[in-house]
Design a protein around this ligand. Structure first.
Ligand code: SF4
Length: 402
């Protein structure tokens, strides 16, 4: 059961417990490079990112924002674009009103404002949000926590009869920083339903603890994610482990998987991972799922691995069109299995399943449709024939719902 929150409208996307959990991502281009930034936002959007954040770190970036949004409009890409501000957001949002207007939301890190002028910085950004009717995310981060607040809480703890650990105080300080900032934003005049909160850390157990505490202390929608999740399997597994526990408890209204791409790697991977987390938890459906067995000594050829991979790619490639033409297709399950041991059984549970011949088995592949044996494929064109059966099934079963 989702934790109850107000709805926060970000452009054409609603975030909160009354709406599906939203997938978001962030560009890693130089925002001042309009063409590259537009290209990456478009790619992230096509991959399924429902919100995209860009850094607005200097004057050139702030000046580029209106042109970026204009170009996205020309390409019919309506994905809301969020500006990420640190240190100088108060200057940039005031000096460049077209930037302030074009962005769909502002992300503010309360720890990254000048310590001396902190209230001034924060107040100015909130005033701009009120002026342009934009929501904000108050995004506290373990690596850039408000040092004055942390020192204040550490001092108070040292005088306590039962002092807490430094880790616990840091977690408490993150929550306190987020909630004090949100309260201040509301005092300035920002609506309660214009605030989203995040408190990102890089450890899985810390993430779970900080969000559980935060969720119990406020009703703002929460943005979940590990900060600096890392590369490859480590980043994917750590993000999945931490977020799954929280999502299962109903905590989290938007998510991001902060993967470090390989040099030249594909930024859209983080979107696919975020979607897969939600789909594996059966919280949302984005794309038909391909169930494939891991293979073992009973199937020594790589044919079934290749077929599973080809079907997976074929579905992904067709989804932009299928999503429009065949609503509901994202709920479909396809099974590609390596031999007779679990093949027919697993295939029968899928909408469409194929059980390939294992080593030494008859060279034939039974295909099951909606739990029933439909036909048996033989010969050298099994992959092509199965792809055609899949395409026909999608057209027959999902087009009627248009
Ligand atoms: S279905 Fe067959 S090939 Fe696949 S893992 Fe099971 S026994 Fe091995």
């Amino acid at each position: 059961m989702r934790r109850k929150t107000p709805s926060v409208k970000i452009g054409n996307i609603n975030v909160g417990s009354g709406h599906p959990i939203v997938v978001q991502s962030m560009t890693n281009t130089d925002t001042a490079d309009i063409d590259k930034t537009v290209e990456q936002i478009a790619a992230l959007s096509r991959a399924g990112s429902e919100l995209v954040r860009i850094t607005v770190n200097n004057h050139e970036a702030a000046q580029a924002v209106p042109a970026i949004i204009e170009e996205l409009d020309k390409q019919n890409i309506s994905t809301p674009v969020i500006g990420d501000f640190h240190y100088n957001g108060h200057v940039l949002l005031t000096k460049y009103p077209e930037c302030a207007q074009a962005l769909a939301k502002y992300r503010i890190n309360p720890g990254n404002s000048d310590t001396k002028g902190r209230d001034t910085n924060f107040t100015t950004i909130i005033e701009q949000a009120i002026k342009y009717d934009k929501p904000v995310r108050i995004g506290v981060n373990w690596g850039s926590l408000d040092q004055n607040l942390l020192t204040e809480m550490m001092d108070a703890n040292s005088k306590s009869a039962n002092p807490l650990s430094a880790r616990q105080i840091t977690i408490n300080a993150m929550i306190e920083s987020a909630l004090r900032s949100a309260m201040l934003a509301e005092e300035i005049g920002l609506g309660h339903d214009k605030i989203i909160i995040s408190a990102k850390v890089s450890g899985v157990q810390d993430l779970i603890e900080v969000y559980r505490l935060l969720a119990g202390k406020c009703d703002y929608p929460l943005h979940l994610g590990l900060t600096e999740a890392g590369m490859g399997a480590k980043g994917i597994v750590a993000s999945t482990a931490g977020m799954s526990v929280l999502l299962q408890e109903g905590i989290g209204d938007t998510i991001r998987v902060s993967l470090t791409p390989k040099p030249g790697g594909d930024r859209t991977e983080e979107v696919l991972v975020a979607q897969q987390i939600l789909q594996s938890l059966e919280l949302r459906s984005f794309v038909p799922q391909v169930t494939a067995c891991p293979g073992c000594g009973r199937t020594t050829s790589t044919f079934f691995q290749k077929l599973a991979d080809d079907i997976h790619k074929y579905i992904r490639e067709n989804m932009p069109l299928w999503r429009v033409q065949y609503p509901g297709v994202e709920e479909m399950n396809v099974a590609v299995m390596g031999c007779v041991v679990n093949g027919p059984g697993e295939s029968k549970h899928a909408n469409i399943g194929i059980s390939l011949p294992g080593t030494g088995e008859d060279p034939k592949a039974p295909v099951y449709i909606d739990g029933r044996l439909s036909q048996v494929l033989k010969g050298g064109n099994i992959a092509e024939e199965f792809q055609k059966i899949l395409t026909d099934y999608v057209a027959k079963n999902f087009s009627e719902k248009r």
